[in-house]
Design a protein around this ligand. Structure first.
Ligand code: NAG
Ligand code: NAG
Ligand code: NAG
Length: 293
């Protein structure tokens, strides 16, 4: 979107007005910058006159009293990270674009450009929106491993250094949205960035559905990143009893930490492997479960 700030100039003598020409600043009203990179507000002075000479130029950020850039009486003053995009700019140059080097969150806001020429002046306000991608999206669980069936597991999803405030959502491996059971916290840290943490508790975790996904959405609601966790349940102890002529006999004891009901209880699974040098996942081979109660 462009804006024409100054229409044709009229000079009126009584009721008779004459059009003298026009002087306008053309800049996109909405601009986007990325933290750590250079941002630009492209602005060009347009005029019906040939060879317009800039007599005065001021770029300021609304809400701040000092001009970022000024050109007065033939002297150009630029401050720190704020410069004219055109290197070696001079008063004959209609390209008065602003460059913000190494953009920061605090640079977000409204910028005003004002130009004075021998044909009149032009003024325009354009906005700069700043974004920063979140970094190191991670998901961890407490406990981290050796999770028992039906126990409570807390999952934490974290990301940091983003802007503006984003959101996190939780899904299980079937795509069910569990976000309403989670609690997210956005903490504003140094330089206006946000650290995000979302806590999600599963009351009765099951090794049948050990996978969960944390999805990060940026400030405009677009998916920015995702990370998956595979909960580590307690691993069964494998005991090799001995070798048979046609295969191996493997005894697997799934130990339960909790005693359910009266008396000791465990499940014994007997596996026979068809070949001596078996490779690949065990699921390829026949499994004969036996239970002793
Ligand atoms: C203004 O100058 C910059 C840097 O030389 C250039 O990249 C940009 O295209 C120019 N803008 C216009 C509208 O000419
Ligand atoms: C934000 O997260 C980063 C990375 O984990 C950490 O170094 C920093 O201390 C956090 N800031 C606050 C205020 O918690
Ligand atoms: C969010 O991501 C979309 C797509 O990548 C991007 O166009 C938009 O500018 C981003 N918004 C923010 C606030 O980061």
């Amino acid at each position: 979107m462009d804006s024409i700030q100054r229409g044709p100039f009229f000079v009126c003598f009584g009721e008779i007005c004459c059009v003298l020409g026009f002087l306008t600043l053309k800049c996109p009203l909405e601009n986007h910058g990325v933290c750590g990179q250079d941002s630009v507000i492209q602005c060009t002075l347009k005029s019906s006159h040939q060879h317009v000479r800039v007599m005065g130029l001021v770029w300021r950020k609304l809400g701040s009293s000092f001009p970022l850039i000024s050109y007065m009486g033939g002297r150009l003053r630029q401050t720190g990270r704020f410069q004219l995009l055109e290197r070696g700019w001079d008063e004959r140059n209609a390209n008065v674009s602003l460059a913000v080097r190494d953009t920061r969150v605090a640079d977000q806001g409204l910028y005003q450009c004002a130009v004075l020429t021998e044909y009149g002046n032009a003024k325009l306000i354009a906005s700069l929106r700043v974004t920063a991608k979140y970094r190191e999206l991670r998901v961890t669980s407490i406990p981290e491993s050796n999770i028992q069936e039906d126990s409570t597991v807390l999952m934490l999803c974290t990301a940091h250094g983003g802007y503006p405030e984003g959101t996190m959502k939780w899904f299980d491996q079937y795509g069910t949205d569990w976000t309403r059971s989670a609690e997210m916290q956005a903490m504003e840290v140094e330089e206006g960035f946000f650290n995000l943490t979302s806590r999600f508790s599963v009351w009765r975790a099951s090794s049948v559905s050990p996978r969960y996904r944390c999805v990060l959405f940026n400030g405009s609601g677009a998916e920015e990143d995702k990370v998956e966790i595979h909960l580590k349940f307690s691993i069964p102890v494998i005991v090799v009893l001995g070798s048979l002529t046609s295969g191996l006999l493997v005894l697997t004891l799934f130990q339960k930490s909790e005693c359910r009901g009266p008396g000791w209880y465990s499940e014994v699974v007997l596996l026979t492997l068809d070949r001596v040098c078996a490779t690949g996942p065990l699921s390829k081979y026949s499994i004969f479960p036996l239970s002793f109660h």
